[in-house]
Design a binder for this molecule. Structure first.
Ligand code: FES
Ligand code: FES
Length: 151
């Protein structure tokens, strides 16, 4: 099937099997390799992107659900907003191996759009679906605190 998506503000026409995953459309068809695959089965959050403004797990979204969708990936979000937050993510130790980082950044920016000053509980709730094996989450929370200060 052929479908049109709006990815990071641009119209993109893609074609393939209806059950192809949005994750593969982004990485393999559109070259947006910032979105990562972790578990591939909806458990880790590494593949998180925004679809129609909401965080979704792109490893679970089939092409057939993507027609006319607005998709924002870490590339688009990083270029568009919250540069100080992203820099803080690095300097505050929110990134170690980096496997989880794009998904956490997408989830983080979605939260900060709705709630520029989340408290720790709100951050923990938002990140409940984003697993990080490396950081212990403290650096991630410091980056959130800095992002909220910079709003
Ligand atoms: S790769 Fe999608 S949730 Fe893990
Ligand atoms: S930085 Fe390695 S899994 Fe999060």
């Amino acid at each position: 099937m052929k479908s049109e998506l709006f990815v990071n503000g641009k119209s993109r026409v893609v074609e393939g099997h209806p059950m192809d995953r949005l994750l593969d459309i982004l990485r393999d068809e559109l070259g947006l390799i910032g979105t990562k695959e972790g578990c591939g089965e909806g458990e880790c959050g590494a593949c998180t992107v925004l679809m129609n403004g909401e965080p979704v797990l792109s490893c679970l979204i089939p092409r057939i659900q993507c027609e006319a969708a607005t998709v924002e990936t870490v590339e688009g979000l990083a270029a568009a907003e919250a540069r100080a937050f992203l820099e803080g993510f690095v300097s505050d130790g929110g990134v170690q191996c980096g496997a989880c980082t794009p998904g956490i950044i997408v989830t983080a920016l979605a939260l900060l759009r709705d709630n520029p000053h989340p408290d720790r509980q709100e951050v923990q709730t938002a990140l409940a679906g984003n697993l990080c094996r490396c950081t212990g989450y403290e650096g991630i929370h410091r980056a959130f605190d800095r992002g909220a200060e910079d709003e």
